[in-house]
Ligand binder design. Structure first.
Ligand code: FAD
Ligand code: UDP
Length: 372
Protein backbone atom coordinates (compact mmCIF):
# COMPACT_ATOMS: atom_id res chain seq x y z
CA UNK A 1 0.00 0.00 0.00
CA UNK A 2 1.34 3.42 -0.93
CA UNK A 3 0.43 6.63 0.90
CA UNK A 4 1.23 10.23 0.07
CA UNK A 5 1.29 11.14 3.76
CA UNK A 6 1.80 9.27 7.00
CA UNK A 7 0.38 11.51 9.72
CA UNK A 8 1.69 10.78 13.21
CA UNK A 9 -0.87 12.17 15.65
CA UNK A 10 -4.67 12.36 15.34
CA UNK A 11 -4.99 15.61 17.34
CA UNK A 12 -6.31 18.75 15.68
CA UNK A 13 -3.18 19.44 13.65
CA UNK A 14 -3.04 15.93 12.22
CA UNK A 15 -6.79 15.61 11.67
CA UNK A 16 -7.12 18.94 9.83
CA UNK A 17 -4.14 18.18 7.60
CA UNK A 18 -5.50 14.68 6.90
CA UNK A 19 -8.90 16.10 5.88
CA UNK A 20 -7.31 18.70 3.60
CA UNK A 21 -4.95 16.19 1.99
CA UNK A 22 -7.77 13.75 1.25
CA UNK A 23 -9.92 16.49 -0.19
CA UNK A 24 -7.00 17.24 -2.56
CA UNK A 25 -7.02 13.62 -3.73
CA UNK A 26 -4.09 12.43 -1.58
CA UNK A 27 -3.91 9.07 0.13
CA UNK A 28 -3.15 9.34 3.84
CA UNK A 29 -2.71 7.11 6.85
CA UNK A 30 -3.14 8.56 10.35
CA UNK A 31 -1.56 6.84 13.33
CA UNK A 32 -1.73 7.68 17.02
CA UNK A 33 0.05 6.12 19.94
CA UNK A 34 -2.97 6.63 22.20
CA UNK A 35 -5.97 4.32 22.16
CA UNK A 36 -8.20 7.05 20.74
CA UNK A 37 -8.31 9.91 18.25
CA UNK A 38 -8.46 13.68 18.94
CA UNK A 39 -5.30 14.16 21.02
CA UNK A 40 -5.73 16.48 23.98
CA UNK A 41 -9.19 17.66 22.98
CA UNK A 42 -10.57 14.13 23.44
CA UNK A 43 -13.95 14.03 25.21
CA UNK A 44 -15.91 11.02 26.43
CA UNK A 45 -19.59 10.62 27.25
CA UNK A 46 -19.99 9.69 30.93
CA UNK A 47 -23.52 9.63 32.42
CA UNK A 48 -24.74 11.86 29.59
CA UNK A 49 -21.98 14.41 30.27
CA UNK A 50 -19.18 15.19 27.80
CA UNK A 51 -16.05 14.85 29.95
CA UNK A 52 -12.94 16.70 28.76
CA UNK A 53 -10.42 13.97 29.57
CA UNK A 54 -7.26 16.06 29.12
CA UNK A 55 -8.41 19.33 30.65
CA UNK A 56 -11.15 21.84 29.88
CA UNK A 57 -11.24 23.01 26.28
CA UNK A 58 -13.16 26.06 25.18
CA UNK A 59 -13.03 26.93 21.51
CA UNK A 60 -12.49 30.63 20.84
CA UNK A 61 -11.16 32.51 17.85
CA UNK A 62 -11.27 35.75 15.91
CA UNK A 63 -10.13 34.00 12.76
CA UNK A 64 -13.15 33.80 10.45
CA UNK A 65 -11.53 31.18 8.24
CA UNK A 66 -10.97 28.89 11.23
CA UNK A 67 -14.48 29.48 12.63
CA UNK A 68 -16.11 28.74 9.26
CA UNK A 69 -13.89 25.66 8.90
CA UNK A 70 -14.90 24.07 12.22
CA UNK A 71 -18.61 24.66 11.48
CA UNK A 72 -18.27 22.02 8.77
CA UNK A 73 -17.64 19.37 11.40
CA UNK A 74 -19.72 20.44 14.41
CA UNK A 75 -22.43 22.73 15.58
CA UNK A 76 -21.20 24.91 18.45
CA UNK A 77 -23.23 25.88 21.51
CA UNK A 78 -23.17 29.39 22.99
CA UNK A 79 -21.01 28.65 26.05
CA UNK A 80 -19.02 31.64 27.25
CA UNK A 81 -16.11 30.91 29.56
CA UNK A 82 -16.32 32.85 32.84
CA UNK A 83 -14.15 31.10 35.43
CA UNK A 84 -14.31 31.98 39.10
CA UNK A 85 -11.15 32.29 41.20
CA UNK A 86 -11.20 31.05 44.78
CA UNK A 87 -8.64 32.33 47.29
CA UNK A 88 -9.38 30.80 50.70
CA UNK A 89 -13.09 31.47 51.07
CA UNK A 90 -13.06 34.55 48.86
CA UNK A 91 -14.54 34.23 45.35
CA UNK A 92 -13.62 36.54 42.47
CA UNK A 93 -14.75 36.77 38.87
CA UNK A 94 -12.20 36.28 36.10
CA UNK A 95 -10.74 37.59 33.89
CA UNK A 96 -9.63 40.67 35.80
CA UNK A 97 -12.50 43.11 35.35
CA UNK A 98 -14.69 45.54 37.27
CA UNK A 99 -16.41 42.65 39.11
CA UNK A 100 -12.99 41.49 40.36
CA UNK A 101 -11.87 45.00 41.31
CA UNK A 102 -15.14 45.79 43.03
CA UNK A 103 -14.98 42.62 45.14
CA UNK A 104 -11.29 43.11 45.96
CA UNK A 105 -11.47 46.78 46.96
CA UNK A 106 -15.16 47.54 47.58
CA UNK A 107 -15.12 50.16 44.81
CA UNK A 108 -17.68 50.76 42.09
CA UNK A 109 -16.20 52.88 39.27
CA UNK A 110 -13.43 52.34 36.69
CA UNK A 111 -11.67 55.53 37.89
CA UNK A 112 -11.41 54.19 41.42
CA UNK A 113 -10.05 50.87 40.14
CA UNK A 114 -7.46 52.57 37.92
CA UNK A 115 -6.35 54.80 40.77
CA UNK A 116 -5.72 51.80 43.05
CA UNK A 117 -3.87 49.85 40.35
CA UNK A 118 -1.73 52.90 39.45
CA UNK A 119 -0.85 53.37 43.11
CA UNK A 120 0.02 49.69 43.57
CA UNK A 121 2.15 49.37 40.48
CA UNK A 122 4.30 52.44 41.25
CA UNK A 123 6.65 50.49 43.45
CA UNK A 124 9.15 48.72 41.20
CA UNK A 125 7.35 49.89 38.02
CA UNK A 126 9.13 48.89 34.77
CA UNK A 127 8.25 50.34 31.39
CA UNK A 128 9.04 47.01 29.74
CA UNK A 129 8.25 44.23 32.21
CA UNK A 130 10.81 41.48 31.82
CA UNK A 131 9.04 38.71 33.69
CA UNK A 132 5.56 37.54 34.67
CA UNK A 133 5.60 39.18 38.12
CA UNK A 134 6.49 42.63 36.76
CA UNK A 135 3.96 42.24 33.96
CA UNK A 136 1.16 41.15 36.31
CA UNK A 137 1.73 43.95 38.82
CA UNK A 138 1.82 46.55 36.06
CA UNK A 139 -1.51 45.25 34.68
CA UNK A 140 -3.55 44.72 37.85
CA UNK A 141 -1.55 45.87 40.87
CA UNK A 142 -0.11 44.07 43.84
CA UNK A 143 -3.30 42.83 45.63
CA UNK A 144 -4.60 40.89 42.66
CA UNK A 145 -1.13 39.62 41.85
CA UNK A 146 -0.70 38.30 45.41
CA UNK A 147 -4.15 36.71 45.73
CA UNK A 148 -5.10 35.56 42.25
CA UNK A 149 -1.89 35.18 40.23
CA UNK A 150 1.20 34.39 42.27
CA UNK A 151 0.17 31.09 43.88
CA UNK A 152 -1.73 29.80 40.84
CA UNK A 153 1.11 30.57 38.45
CA UNK A 154 3.79 29.04 40.65
CA UNK A 155 1.74 25.85 40.97
CA UNK A 156 0.95 25.77 37.27
CA UNK A 157 4.50 26.28 36.04
CA UNK A 158 6.59 25.03 39.00
CA UNK A 159 8.67 28.18 38.75
CA UNK A 160 8.69 31.58 40.42
CA UNK A 161 6.80 34.33 38.62
CA UNK A 162 10.07 36.23 38.33
CA UNK A 163 11.48 33.34 36.27
CA UNK A 164 8.60 33.15 33.81
CA UNK A 165 8.09 35.08 30.56
CA UNK A 166 5.68 38.03 30.71
CA UNK A 167 3.63 36.83 27.72
CA UNK A 168 1.96 34.02 29.70
CA UNK A 169 -0.14 36.48 31.67
CA UNK A 170 -0.81 38.72 28.69
CA UNK A 171 -3.13 35.97 27.40
CA UNK A 172 -5.70 37.14 29.94
CA UNK A 173 -7.85 40.23 29.27
CA UNK A 174 -7.86 43.07 31.80
CA UNK A 175 -11.03 45.16 31.50
CA UNK A 176 -12.49 48.19 33.17
CA UNK A 177 -16.02 47.02 32.39
CA UNK A 178 -18.28 44.55 34.21
CA UNK A 179 -17.66 41.73 31.73
CA UNK A 180 -16.71 38.21 32.85
CA UNK A 181 -16.05 36.76 29.38
CA UNK A 182 -12.59 35.16 29.67
CA UNK A 183 -11.82 35.77 26.01
CA UNK A 184 -11.86 38.82 23.75
CA UNK A 185 -12.44 36.72 20.64
CA UNK A 186 -15.25 37.24 18.18
CA UNK A 187 -16.39 33.58 18.22
CA UNK A 188 -16.65 31.13 21.11
CA UNK A 189 -18.39 27.86 22.04
CA UNK A 190 -18.19 24.11 22.63
CA UNK A 191 -18.99 21.57 19.89
CA UNK A 192 -22.36 20.00 20.66
CA UNK A 193 -21.81 16.26 21.12
CA UNK A 194 -18.16 16.73 22.13
CA UNK A 195 -14.78 17.34 20.51
CA UNK A 196 -14.18 13.67 19.75
CA UNK A 197 -17.23 13.60 17.45
CA UNK A 198 -15.93 16.74 15.71
CA UNK A 199 -12.52 15.16 15.06
CA UNK A 200 -14.17 11.87 14.01
CA UNK A 201 -16.05 13.85 11.35
CA UNK A 202 -12.78 15.40 10.16
CA UNK A 203 -11.35 11.91 9.84
CA UNK A 204 -14.41 10.36 8.20
CA UNK A 205 -13.39 7.89 5.49
CA UNK A 206 -9.70 8.18 6.47
CA UNK A 207 -7.66 5.19 7.57
CA UNK A 208 -6.65 5.62 11.25
CA UNK A 209 -4.60 3.27 13.42
CA UNK A 210 -4.71 3.97 17.16
CA UNK A 211 -2.33 2.34 19.69
CA UNK A 212 0.33 2.81 17.04
CA UNK A 213 3.55 4.58 17.93
CA UNK A 214 5.42 6.23 15.05
CA UNK A 215 8.83 4.68 15.57
CA UNK A 216 7.52 1.17 16.24
CA UNK A 217 5.32 1.46 13.20
CA UNK A 218 8.16 2.58 10.94
CA UNK A 219 10.42 -0.16 12.27
CA UNK A 220 7.81 -2.83 11.78
CA UNK A 221 7.05 -1.70 8.27
CA UNK A 222 10.54 -1.28 6.85
CA UNK A 223 13.23 -0.58 9.40
CA UNK A 224 13.43 2.86 7.90
CA UNK A 225 11.14 5.28 6.18
CA UNK A 226 10.60 3.83 2.72
CA UNK A 227 9.79 6.56 0.21
CA UNK A 228 7.74 4.07 -1.79
CA UNK A 229 5.43 3.49 1.21
CA UNK A 230 5.06 7.11 2.38
CA UNK A 231 6.13 10.10 0.38
CA UNK A 232 6.09 12.32 3.43
CA UNK A 233 5.50 12.26 7.15
CA UNK A 234 3.58 14.88 9.13
CA UNK A 235 4.87 14.53 12.68
CA UNK A 236 2.87 16.09 15.55
CA UNK A 237 4.62 14.46 18.52
CA UNK A 238 7.38 16.14 20.56
CA UNK A 239 10.19 17.34 18.31
CA UNK A 240 12.93 16.49 20.86
CA UNK A 241 11.62 12.95 21.26
CA UNK A 242 11.75 12.44 17.49
CA UNK A 243 15.48 13.23 17.58
CA UNK A 244 16.09 10.97 20.60
CA UNK A 245 16.70 14.02 22.81
CA UNK A 246 20.14 14.25 21.25
CA UNK A 247 20.52 17.97 22.00
CA UNK A 248 18.97 17.58 25.47
CA UNK A 249 15.40 17.71 26.75
CA UNK A 250 12.95 20.44 26.11
CA UNK A 251 10.95 21.10 29.27
CA UNK A 252 7.20 20.66 29.52
CA UNK A 253 4.67 21.00 32.30
CA UNK A 254 2.59 17.96 32.91
CA UNK A 255 -0.82 17.57 34.55
CA UNK A 256 -2.54 14.86 36.56
CA UNK A 257 -6.30 14.70 36.32
CA UNK A 258 -8.25 13.32 39.27
CA UNK A 259 -11.79 12.63 38.12
CA UNK A 260 -14.73 11.98 40.41
CA UNK A 261 -18.33 11.05 39.64
CA UNK A 262 -20.83 12.38 42.18
CA UNK A 263 -24.09 10.51 41.43
CA UNK A 264 -26.14 12.32 44.08
CA UNK A 265 -24.94 15.82 43.33
CA UNK A 266 -26.68 17.84 40.63
CA UNK A 267 -24.50 20.93 40.89
CA UNK A 268 -21.17 20.85 42.68
CA UNK A 269 -19.77 24.34 42.17
CA UNK A 270 -22.20 26.27 39.98
CA UNK A 271 -19.64 26.93 37.26
CA UNK A 272 -17.58 25.01 34.69
CA UNK A 273 -14.23 26.19 36.09
CA UNK A 274 -13.20 27.28 39.57
CA UNK A 275 -9.51 28.21 39.92
CA UNK A 276 -7.86 27.65 43.31
CA UNK A 277 -5.34 30.44 43.40
CA UNK A 278 -3.59 30.03 46.75
CA UNK A 279 -0.32 28.09 46.94
CA UNK A 280 -1.50 25.81 49.75
CA UNK A 281 -4.17 24.01 47.67
CA UNK A 282 -2.30 21.43 45.57
CA UNK A 283 -4.57 21.57 42.50
CA UNK A 284 -5.01 24.60 40.24
CA UNK A 285 -8.64 24.14 39.31
CA UNK A 286 -11.78 22.04 39.51
CA UNK A 287 -13.74 21.53 36.31
CA UNK A 288 -17.41 20.58 36.50
CA UNK A 289 -18.02 19.29 32.99
CA UNK A 290 -21.82 19.44 32.79
CA UNK A 291 -21.74 23.26 32.86
CA UNK A 292 -20.08 23.33 29.43
CA UNK A 293 -23.45 22.13 28.17
CA UNK A 294 -25.66 24.05 30.56
CA UNK A 295 -26.25 21.31 33.11
CA UNK A 296 -27.32 18.23 31.13
CA UNK A 297 -26.61 14.74 32.56
CA UNK A 298 -27.15 12.51 35.59
CA UNK A 299 -25.31 13.55 38.75
CA UNK A 300 -22.09 15.41 38.03
CA UNK A 301 -18.47 14.73 37.01
CA UNK A 302 -15.69 16.90 38.41
CA UNK A 303 -11.96 16.88 37.68
CA UNK A 304 -9.20 18.30 39.84
CA UNK A 305 -6.10 19.38 37.92
CA UNK A 306 -2.71 18.86 39.58
CA UNK A 307 0.23 20.34 37.68
CA UNK A 308 3.55 18.53 37.87
CA UNK A 309 7.10 18.51 36.58
CA UNK A 310 7.37 16.54 33.35
CA UNK A 311 9.73 13.58 32.95
CA UNK A 312 10.18 11.13 30.10
CA UNK A 313 7.10 8.95 29.79
CA UNK A 314 4.68 11.60 31.12
CA UNK A 315 2.27 13.43 28.81
CA UNK A 316 3.90 16.72 27.81
CA UNK A 317 0.97 19.15 28.11
CA UNK A 318 2.48 22.62 28.13
CA UNK A 319 5.69 23.68 26.36
CA UNK A 320 7.68 25.99 28.63
CA UNK A 321 8.51 28.82 26.27
CA UNK A 322 11.13 30.51 28.45
CA UNK A 323 14.50 31.67 27.14
CA UNK A 324 16.41 28.48 27.84
CA UNK A 325 13.86 26.23 26.18
CA UNK A 326 13.20 28.57 23.29
CA UNK A 327 16.87 28.62 22.37
CA UNK A 328 17.10 24.82 22.63
CA UNK A 329 14.00 24.54 20.45
CA UNK A 330 15.67 26.74 17.81
CA UNK A 331 18.42 24.12 17.56
CA UNK A 332 15.88 21.32 17.21
CA UNK A 333 14.13 23.42 14.58
CA UNK A 334 17.31 23.40 12.50
CA UNK A 335 17.38 19.61 12.67
CA UNK A 336 13.68 19.46 11.89
CA UNK A 337 14.04 21.71 8.84
CA UNK A 338 16.86 19.52 7.56
CA UNK A 339 14.97 16.25 8.07
CA UNK A 340 14.04 15.14 4.60
CA UNK A 341 10.46 14.02 4.01
CA UNK A 342 9.26 14.94 7.50
CA UNK A 343 7.24 18.05 8.40
CA UNK A 344 6.81 18.91 12.08
CA UNK A 345 3.67 20.65 13.34
CA UNK A 346 1.21 21.17 16.17
CA UNK A 347 1.74 22.12 19.79
CA UNK A 348 4.48 19.55 20.37
CA UNK A 349 6.05 19.45 16.92
CA UNK A 350 6.45 23.23 16.89
CA UNK A 351 6.93 23.53 20.70
CA UNK A 352 4.43 26.39 20.91
CA UNK A 353 1.81 27.26 23.54
CA UNK A 354 -0.84 27.20 20.80
CA UNK A 355 -4.61 27.37 21.32
CA UNK A 356 -6.85 25.18 19.18
CA UNK A 357 -7.64 27.88 16.65
CA UNK A 358 -3.94 28.60 16.12
CA UNK A 359 -3.27 24.90 15.58
CA UNK A 360 -6.02 24.72 12.96
CA UNK A 361 -4.75 27.88 11.26
CA UNK A 362 -1.20 26.49 11.18
CA UNK A 363 -2.40 23.18 9.76
CA UNK A 364 -4.49 24.91 7.07
CA UNK A 365 -1.50 27.08 6.20
CA UNK A 366 0.67 24.00 5.80
CA UNK A 367 -2.03 22.40 3.66
CA UNK A 368 -2.18 25.55 1.47
CA UNK A 369 1.58 25.28 0.90
CA UNK A 370 1.87 21.53 0.55
CA UNK A 371 -1.18 20.70 -1.49
CA UNK A 372 -1.44 23.58 -3.97
P1 FAD B 1 -2.24 17.07 20.47
O1 FAD B 1 -3.67 17.24 20.73
O2 FAD B 1 -1.30 16.90 21.60
O3 FAD B 1 -2.10 15.83 19.47
C1 FAD B 1 -0.87 15.18 19.22
C2 FAD B 1 -1.18 13.71 19.01
O4 FAD B 1 0.01 13.05 18.60
C3 FAD B 1 -1.64 13.01 20.31
O5 FAD B 1 -2.86 12.34 20.09
C4 FAD B 1 -0.50 12.04 20.62
O6 FAD B 1 -0.97 10.83 21.20
C5 FAD B 1 0.07 11.80 19.24
N1 FAD B 1 1.49 11.39 19.27
C6 FAD B 1 2.51 12.01 19.92
N2 FAD B 1 3.66 11.36 19.71
C7 FAD B 1 3.35 10.32 18.90
C8 FAD B 1 4.13 9.26 18.35
N3 FAD B 1 5.45 9.16 18.57
N4 FAD B 1 3.52 8.33 17.58
C9 FAD B 1 2.16 8.40 17.36
N5 FAD B 1 1.39 9.39 17.86
C10 FAD B 1 1.97 10.34 18.62
N6 FAD B 1 -6.84 25.44 23.52
C11 FAD B 1 -7.93 26.25 23.33
O7 FAD B 1 -8.11 26.80 22.24
N7 FAD B 1 -8.85 26.44 24.33
C12 FAD B 1 -8.72 25.84 25.55
O8 FAD B 1 -9.57 26.03 26.42
C13 FAD B 1 -7.59 25.00 25.77
N8 FAD B 1 -7.40 24.40 26.96
C14 FAD B 1 -6.33 23.59 27.15
C15 FAD B 1 -6.19 22.96 28.38
C16 FAD B 1 -5.11 22.11 28.62
C17 FAD B 1 -4.97 21.43 29.93
C18 FAD B 1 -4.13 21.91 27.59
C19 FAD B 1 -2.94 21.02 27.82
C20 FAD B 1 -4.27 22.55 26.35
C21 FAD B 1 -5.36 23.38 26.12
N9 FAD B 1 -5.57 23.99 24.88
C22 FAD B 1 -6.64 24.81 24.69
C23 FAD B 1 -4.65 23.75 23.75
C24 FAD B 1 -5.10 22.57 22.85
O9 FAD B 1 -5.13 21.39 23.62
C25 FAD B 1 -4.11 22.40 21.71
O10 FAD B 1 -4.02 23.60 20.96
C26 FAD B 1 -4.44 21.28 20.72
O11 FAD B 1 -4.99 20.16 21.34
C27 FAD B 1 -3.18 20.88 20.00
O12 FAD B 1 -3.42 19.95 18.98
P2 FAD B 1 -2.19 19.14 18.40
O13 FAD B 1 -2.73 18.29 17.31
O14 FAD B 1 -1.07 20.07 18.08
O15 FAD B 1 -1.63 18.27 19.62
N1 UDP C 1 -3.49 32.75 35.71
C1 UDP C 1 -3.47 33.11 37.04
N2 UDP C 1 -4.59 32.94 37.81
C2 UDP C 1 -5.73 32.43 37.31
C3 UDP C 1 -5.76 32.06 35.94
C4 UDP C 1 -4.61 32.23 35.18
O1 UDP C 1 -2.45 33.55 37.53
O2 UDP C 1 -6.72 32.29 38.05
C5 UDP C 1 -2.26 32.92 34.93
C6 UDP C 1 -1.36 31.67 34.97
O3 UDP C 1 -0.02 32.10 34.93
C7 UDP C 1 -1.72 30.97 33.68
C8 UDP C 1 -1.91 32.15 32.74
O4 UDP C 1 -2.55 33.15 33.56
O5 UDP C 1 -0.69 30.10 33.24
C9 UDP C 1 -2.75 31.87 31.52
O6 UDP C 1 -4.01 31.39 31.95
P1 UDP C 1 -4.91 30.52 31.01
O7 UDP C 1 -6.21 30.31 31.69
O8 UDP C 1 -4.93 31.12 29.65
O9 UDP C 1 -4.10 29.15 30.99
P2 UDP C 1 -4.41 27.76 30.24
O10 UDP C 1 -5.84 27.81 29.75
O11 UDP C 1 -3.42 27.68 29.14
O12 UDP C 1 -4.18 26.74 31.30
Amino acid sequence: MRYDYLIAGSGLFGAVFAREAVSHGKKVLVIDKRGHIAGNIYTEDEHGIQVHKYGAHIFHTSDKRVWDYVQRFAEFNNFVNSPVARYGDELYNLPFNMNTFSKMWGISTPDEARRIIDEQKKEGYKENPSNLEEQAISLVGKDIYEKLIKGYTQKQWGRKCTELPAFIIKRLPVRFTFDNNYFNDRYQGIPIGGYTAMVARMLEGIEVLTDTEYRDFIKKNSGKQEPDIFDKVIYTGPVDEYFDYKLGHLEYRSLRFEEEYLPDCENFQGNAAVNYTSADVPYTRIIEHKHFEFGKGEGTVITREYPGEWKIGDEPYYPVNDEKNTSLYEKYKELADAEEGVIFGGRLGAYKYYDMDKVIAASLELADKELK
